[in-house]
Design a protein around this ligand. Structure first.
Ligand SMILES: Cc1cc2nc3c(=O)[nH]c(=O)nc-3n(C[C@H](O)[C@H](O)[C@H](O)COP(=O)(O)OP(=O)(O)OC[C@H]3O[C@@H](n4cnc5c(N)ncnc54)[C@H](O)[C@@H]3O)c2cc1C
Length: 498
């Protein structure tokens, strides 16, 4: 058994089903939990107050649970290597345990530097998978079999109190324990206004409670409910923040859902069929999650260039001031603006609206998908680089293996907000206007409201023409076939849809 190790927390703030923590406790006598707040990540264009609040929320709960058994969560405010060196100067450790992170270029480069530093210093760094995303996966055909095995494997139990007591902070490290670290304002980020309930709490307990509530009450409305910006707040699982920051594993959610489906089998309850449809559809989303993260894991360059290189020829020439107008909810398209303002307040919007705001940015305002990537990441409390970048490219149309979907915001209001309830909630300027003056119109005909930045019909048609000119090229079709072979889903069409 190794003598001493660090458990380096990244996106895994949970005690249950935590492979890194489990391995550390199996293999080391003394394990110190460390969360490193890196200035380079705090300063990054992809980081926002939503994310810092999520880290600290999760860290506070974990610390409380560790303190209950006389342990501590050590927070170090430094770049990762500097943090490890500081710790090593006071206390010698032989190994670091962490989960395998599929992150943006920033954390990927950081991990490479840490790997080099570990080799130079003779410290063993064990990175353990915590999801059905596979490092070094060469054969995409293998993925589904491995994913199924991973997802159905028994969950790892949370360590009992005696085992957890081995995470007590050594006296030598006490001088590093900082006070007052758990408030976002300590890092120059605002805290959410107390008690408004606009953002979700992020902790292992909240993750479990959200899952239980979804499976026992809210989930019945999932199928059909998640397309509506009004209903998705309740009918969606709302697990994304927990899955993104690691206060719940996707396989724990998957297994609990399978149990619930087993209970519903042959149930005489009148709602059983509706429940089954909803939960089956939810399970496929959990599969998509790892499917999309695997793309970034296998091709990290996709943060910077289109998966299908032929689409690099597409011209995005929207004026830069349109980017700010889109981000701040001032495009003049009421549903788009309502979504952006909702995001700024809550950090959440449903999938369909995320696809629509992406489409309007890229296809109507002609903004490059790379230009909206980080501003949009900042608005998502559940920012998960693998899903985010993959979905962004897909909705922009630069993956090229799906049909291009150009969303019409006027039609989206008609279909999903027919009484303009959502629009009026987030655009107080329109509160006293009759719904029929908003619904079905491309922009609100109210003079008090900002005029659209551009004509939706003309701009979107122009984009489609540019897009189709690239799509028809023989080289585009060839690279689309290569993308499909490398990254396409291997599930049958019926199984992929939900
Ligand atoms: C441009 C764009 C960017 C996005 N960025 C993110 C992001 O940064 N983080 C994020 O978690 N989701 C992202 N999504 C996917 C999706 O919108 C959210 O996962 C979902 O709205 C979260 O709500 P929920 O947890 O209630 O979802 P549910 O519908 O209950 O789904 C359960 C879980 O499955 C996963 N999931 C759901 N839909 C998808 C999907 N289409 N692709 C991959 N995984 C999915 C998520 O982990 C989600 O929490 C993005 C979608 C688009 C179009």
């Amino acid at each position: 058994m190794q003598r001493a190790a660090l458990w380096w927390l990244k996106r895994d703030f949970q005690l249950a089903d935590n492979p890194a923590l489990t391995a550390a406790l199996d293999e080391a006598e003394r394990v110190v939990p460390v969360f490193v707040v890196e200035p380079s990540l705090l300063d990054a264009a992809e980081t926002s107050a939503f994310h810092v609040n999520a880290w600290l929320d999760a860290a506070r709960e974990l610390r409380a649970r560790l303190r209950a058994v006389g342990s501590e969560l050590l927070l170090l405010r430094a770049e990762a290597i500097e943090a490890f060196e500081r710790a090593r100067a006071l206390w010698s450790f032989e190994a670091i345990y962490s989960h395998q992170e599929t992150g943006s270029a920033l954390t990927f480069q950081r991990d490479r530097a840490v790997a080099r530093w570990c080799r130079e210093t003779g410290i063993a760094w064990r990175e353990l998978p915590q999801s059905g995303v596979f490092r070094g996966l060469r054969d995409r055909d293998e993925r589904h079999r491995r994913w199924t095995a991973w997802t159905r494997a028994p969950l790892l139990p949370a360590p009992d109190a005696a085992r957890l007591a081995r995470t007590a902070l050594p006296d030598a490290l006490r001088p590093l324990a900082e006070a007052g670290w758990d408030r976002p304002d300590a890092y120059g980020f605002p805290s959410p206004p107390a008690g408004t309930g606009t953002t979700q709490p992020v902790s292992e307990a909240a993750g479990q409670a959200t899952l239980t509530d979804f499976l026992s009450a809210r989930g019945i409305g999932y199928s059909g409910g998640i397309s509506s910006p009004n209903r998705a707040f309740r009918c969606g699982s709302r697990l994304s923040v927990h899955l993104a920051w690691g206060t719940l594993t996707a396989r724990a959610a998957y297994q609990a859902t399978r149990c619930r489906l087993d209970e519903l089998k042959g149930s005489p309850e009148p709602d059983a069929a509706r429940w089954r449809r909803s939960l089956t559809s939810f399970l496929s989303r959990l599969h998509w999650r790892d499917h999309f993260i695997q793309r970034l894991e296998s091709e990290p360059e996709m943060e910077f260039r289109a998966l299908n290189p032929a689409y690099e020829a597409l011209v995005f020439d929207g004026p830069p001031e349109w980017l700010a107008a889109w981000r701040d909810g001032r495009t003049g398209f009421p549903l788009v603006d309502a979504c952006m303002r909702c995001l700024r307040a809550t950090g959440f919007i449903n999938f369909r609206m995320r696809a629509m705001i992406t489409s309007v940015a890229c296809h109507t305002l002609h903004l490059d998908w790379r230009a909206i990537m980080r501003p949009m990441a900042c608005l998502y409390a559940d920012y998960e680089p693998g899903i985010h970048i993959s979905q962004l490219q897909m909705q922009a149309g630069v993956v090229g293996i799906n049909t291009l979907r150009v969303y019409n915001p006027a039609k989206q209001i008609q279909d999903h907000d027919p009484r303009a309830t959502f629009v009026k909630t987030w655009l107080p300027e329109l509160r006293d206007i009759a719904p029929e003056r908003i619904v079905g119109h491309q922009a609100s005909p109210v003079s008090a409201y900002v005029a659209p930045l551009t004509d939706w019909e003309t701009s979107s048609r122009e984009y489609r023409t540019r897009y189709m000119a690239v799509r028809r090229l023989a080289e585009t079709r060839q690279s689309a076939a290569a993308v499909l072979a490398k990254h396409g889903s291997r599930l049958k069409r019926g199984a992929r849809r939900s």
